[in-house]
Design a protein around this ligand. Structure first.
Ligand code: FE2
Length: 249
């Protein structure tokens, strides 16, 4: 049930490749080294998605577009066969609408990457994504397997049971109140979901890896991304994380 026609391992939808703008690549040299590793792993297009968080990472869309163009020029100069897209990893809080006045879109379907924190207010999450969809934007939820608000109610080895629970509007967690799960709500309004290659490599622990495998088997993911921040150990991370994916998408 994995969506073979959408999720690919040539399009990196989440990467902190731009130099010196957030906690990703520190220098142009490191960006170029990361680009070489990503190409060697099979990627042909990378979305540059630096954090945008009010008071922490306050870059403008114009600055990100300029920096992406500068890095693209350097990549061409180095004869690295990689296409860049200017994007951002938006942070879901009350300041997000300010950043969306000039949104950085990842594709022609008006896709943009948004991160949900574990302590986010569920009503704010629902209202924000509903308003984004209503305005023609398509939220791509960053690494849902790492967000406890989107956890399946329990792990399940049985594929049929997993599918029933994932696609059911009511989770066991909310069965007493018949409140729809946040995950099923986000699916119902047309959000998309980015699996993190590092999650499949075990970078965030066994619980997150199990959750990622459950989502993968359930066909939740529409995109994958490296969420790469550094060149250090990147080749190993991609190899370990992409190996199980290649057998399942
Ligand atoms: Fe990220």
């Amino acid at each position: 049930m994995v969506q073979k026609d959408v999720a690919t391992l040539t399009f990196d939808s989440h990467c902190h490749l731009l130099p010196g703008i957030d906690d990703g690549a520190a220098t142009m040299e490191e960006s170029l080294e990361m680009a070489r590793v990503l190409v060697a792993a099979g990627f042909t297009t990378v979305c540059c998605t630096p954090h945008l968080i009010k008071g922490v990472y306050d870059s403008t869309s114009a600055e990100i577009r300029i920096l992406t163009a500068e890095l693209q020029n350097a990549i061409v100069q180095e004869s690295i066969p990689l296409q860049l897209v200017a994007g951002a990893e938006y942070y879901l809080d009350e300041y997000l609408p300010d950043f969306l006045k000039d949104p950085l879109l990842l594709d022609e379907s008006h896709l943009l990457l948004v991160e949900i924190q574990n302590n986010a207010d569920i009503k704010l999450v629902q209202d924000t994504f509903f308003r984004m969809k209503s305005s023609g934007l398509t939220p791509l939820i960053a690494h849902p397997e790492r967000c406890r608000l989107l956890s399946l109610p329990e792990e399940c080895d049985d594929r049929k049971g997993l599918m029933v629970r994932l696609l059911s509007p009511f989770t066991a967690r909310h069965s007493q109140t018949k409140e729809p799960s946040l995950l099923s709500y986000l699916q119902s309004i047309g959000c998309q979901f980015q699996g993190d290659i590092g999650s499949f490599a075990g970078l965030y622990g066994d619980r997150v890896r199990a959750q990622a495998n459950s989502f993968l088997q359930a066909g939740l993911y529409t995109h994958f991304g490296s969420d790469a921040h550094h060149s250090r150990h990147l080749a190993d991370l991609l190899r370990n994380g992409m190996s199980p994916l290649k057998n399942n998408i």
